[in-house]
Design a binder for this molecule. Structure first.
Ligand SMILES: Cc1ncc(COP(=O)(O)O)c(C=O)c1O
Length: 373
């Protein structure tokens, strides 16, 4: 067995991160307040072309605050992509609201606009008009934005755009995360850039961002004593982690250049095997290809492939298991037509970290070819 473990998407540092951490130590800003936080927010706002950014302890926290700020009450129905990581959906339950999971469509693997509209019409007819939509851009791929924006504006449903995996991706030149009433990002350890753990809340609305900042710092009022008018949360990012984020943001475009190159190499090297890849579904799409994802013949082949790669010390995983199949969400409403179930059974995430070398790629491709020819 080769000794070097190849991970799916390990952190990759650019170099400036340590300098920013040292600055934080030198100036004693070891708190969820400090200059790196302000500057990271300003730099993210500039990068994503969003007016207001609030950096937080996680992407999940950002979704939770988004739901609170949109006024979600217990029992409200919240539409959510089914094909996603549980972090997209858990905050719905934190609010004691009711998730309604919507299946994928085949081009983007993201939410099906047809099923979305069907759910809205059916729930509205029952007097349960959904109060918000959590739309995910999975693996960095833009969802069908034109159709979805048309639906959210026609039915007047606030949009929370979960761009946790899609920092740097765009649709028609507009950055993902900047389309929604609120957008969210994740800087978890496996993301395209990381602060070891962290997230961001994005909004064009200043009052939403001000509220997110207030709630994330325990909703402390501007008084000398501790005064609270709202239930608050301890969700703010620390100044040290924001320093890491600033260093990472400087190399983000370089990382995306490499993840896109990795995607191109996989496709080129495996094109003749019959494997299918998630592709940019329109010339208007630009994906960060956070992970390269591939469909093989069936579940058995998928399992054989994962086992073979593991034998060679290469990490590789199935695609996300849809939320409507998760035991924890088994009693929730869902609108499905089998697409995400099929993606889950045949799909695989390939190692895609921006630090992968061409030699690593050769090793991975060699193992894959042993299984799928
Ligand atoms: C699609 C998606 N949404 C939400 C999250 C939650 O982000 P975090 O881990 O920063 O809480 C993640 C990833 O972790 C994710 O992949």
């Amino acid at each position: 067995m080769s000794t070097k473990r190849i991970w799916l998407s390990p952190p990759c540092m650019g170099g400036d991160e340590i300098r920013f951490i040292e600055e934080a130590f030198r100036d004693n800003w070891i708190a969820p307040v400090g200059p790196h936080i302000n500057q990271f927010e300003a730099e993210l706002a500039a990068y994503t072309h969003t007016k207001n950014v609030v950096v937080l302890s996680s992407g999940t926290a950002a979704i939770h605050l988004a739901l609170i700020i949109l006024g979600i009450r217990p029992g409200d129905h919240i539409l959510c992509s089914s094909f996603t990581f549980s972090g997209s959906a858990n905050p719905i339950k934190y609010c004691n609201a009711t998730p309604v999971f919507i299946d994928s469509e085949v081009d983007s693997w993201n939410m099906s606009p047809e099923l979305l509209e069907e759910a809205i019409l059916e729930l509205t007819a029952k007097g349960k008009k959904p109060k918000a939509l959590i739309l995910v851009h999975l693996y960095g791929m833009p969802a069908k934005m034109d159709e979805i924006l048309e639906i959210t504006s026609r039915y007047n449903i606030p949009l929370i755009e979960d761009a946790a995996e899609a920092l740097g991706s765009s649709y028609k030149g507009k950055m993902l995360g900047s389309f929604g009433d609120i957008g969210i990002l994740s800087f978890n350890g496996n993301k395209i850039i990381t602060t070891s753990g962290g997230g961001a809340f994005l909004s064009g609305k200043e009052e939403y961002a001000a509220m997110a900042k207030h709630l994330s710092t325990q909703a402390r009022e501007n008084e000398v004593h501790y005064e609270h008018k709202f239930i608050g949360y301890n969700y703010r990012m620390s100044n040290i982690l924001a320093g890491i984020g600033r260093g990472q943001l400087r190399v983000l475009d370089q990382f995306i250049g490499r993840t896109r190159e990795i995607n191109r190499i996989y496709k080129q090297e495996l094109m003749d095997t019959g494997a299918k890849f998630l592709e940019e579904w329109s010339p208007d799409c630009f994906s960060n290809f956070w992970l390269t994802t591939m469909l093989v013949r069936d579940e058995q082949e998928r399992n054989r492939l994962i086992a073979r790669l593991d034998e060679d010390n290469i990490e590789c995983r199935p695609l996300w298991k849809p939320m409507h199949l998760q035991p924890v969400f088994k009693d929730e409403l869902s609108y499905t037509h089998g697409i995400s179930e099929e993606l889950f059974s045949r799909g695989i995430c390939l190692p895609s970290g921006s630090g992968l070398t061409d030699a690593d790629m050769g090793r991975i491709v060699g193992c894959i070819r042993e299984v799928i020819g």
